[in-house]
Design a protein around this ligand. Structure first.
Ligand SMILES: CCCCCCCCCCCCCCCC(=O)SCCNC(=O)CCNC(=O)[C@H](O)C(C)(C)COP(=O)(O)O
Ligand code: A3P
Length: 259
């Protein structure tokens, strides 16, 4: 069963399920065992290559995958236009469809950047306001900058950046994959999609599963319960704005999106 064929509402339940599974496992595994495992098992350490590539460089990974899925949607939807009889579709409308879709995906990208910027502004300032800081003596108020400076982000209420970040970027891709799968199914285009596109889409889904794995590790081995729950809740900021708020505001939708 391809997860991307499930309704976005069902897909969005994946992340609370991962959270609560991790909370359960974290509760049944003793702190000593968790500490021992974090020391002995490479993939549980903060410095592991998967965490470095897919979390700390998650924005780059996400941008590549989002650009691919967006380009595929623009091609497929404008290409479908080409398949229609020319007396229905003229060149202008095909180009017009492409321009509108390109605008929509640029808007979605900017919204993601802006919403995540706000989310991490909130997360980092709550951390500082609750007594946290970047040690030793770093003046930065950003966890990301603190890590870049080689500092340690210690002492405050640290809402999980992993849950907030990876849930947001995953749900954007899941929902776009759902739109793509639904469209190609409705237009009966599956047989026309070449194997390289199908293989590329598998790569997208593999990365989404890697992000799920990272979140399960986060949920078992890192943070307090409340820090993870709040991080998971903040993980819905982007999908809520991009795929519920704007589509349900006709004037905003016509201004910001294609159709
Ligand atoms: C037409 C509609 C347009 C809408 C408005 C557009 C506005 C566009 C301009 C946006 C202005 C702000 C741009 C500022 C650029 C940024 O800073 S974006 C960065 C946002 N932050 C992230 O993406 C965080 C990524 N987080 C991490 O990488 C973290 O390190 C981590 C992996 C989550 C780990 O967290 P730790 O707590 O450090 O462990
Ligand atoms: N899935 C995971 N794998 C490895 N480390 C993780 C992790 N989830 C969180 N962490 C680590 O836990 C700390 C807080 O993460 P976050 O706030 O992003 O949820 C970070 O460590 P550092 O403090 O060493 O950077 C982060 O790397």
């Amino acid at each position: 069963m391809k997860l991307s064929l499930l309704p976005p509402l069902i897909i969005s339940l994946i992340y609370p399920c991962i959270l609560f599974l991790g909370l359960f496992l974290s509760a049944v595994i003793s702190d000593e065992t968790k500490s021992y495992q974090k020391d002995r098992i490479y993939l549980l350490r903060s410095s592991n290559i998967i965490n470095e590539i897919f979390a700390y460089n998650g924005n780059l990974v996400w941008f590549i995958l989002f650009s691919f899925v967006a380009s595929l949607q623009i091609y497929i939807r404008s290409h479908t236009f080409i398949l229609l009889p020319h007396d229905i579709v003229d060149v202008d409308s095909k180009e017009n469809v492409r321009a509108k879709l390109l605008k929509e995906y640029m808007v979605k990208f900017l919204l993601k950047v802006f919403i995540l910027f706000v989310c991490f502004l909130i997360i980092d300032n709550i951390f500082i306001l609750t007594g946290g800081s970047c040690a030793p003596g770093g003046a930065t108020r950003s966890a990301e900058q603190c890590k870049a400076l080689g500092g340690d982000w210690l002492g405050g209420f640290d809402i999980s950046g992993h849950f907030c970040f990876l849930t947001n970027i995953s749900l954007i891709l899941w929902i776009e994959l759902h739109h793509y799968s639904k469209y190609t199914e409705e237009e009966e285009l599956q047989s026309r999609i070449n194997k390289w596109i199908k293989r590329s889409l598998i790569v997208v889904e593999v990365v989404l599963y890697i992000w799920m794995f990272l979140l399960l590790v986060t949920s078992i081995y890192y943070h307090t319960i409340l820090e993870k729950i709040l991080g998971c809740i903040m993980g819905y900021a982007c999908p809520l704005v991009m795929y519920w708020l704007i589509p349900n505001q006709p004037r905003m939708k016509s201004l910001l999106y294609a159709f």
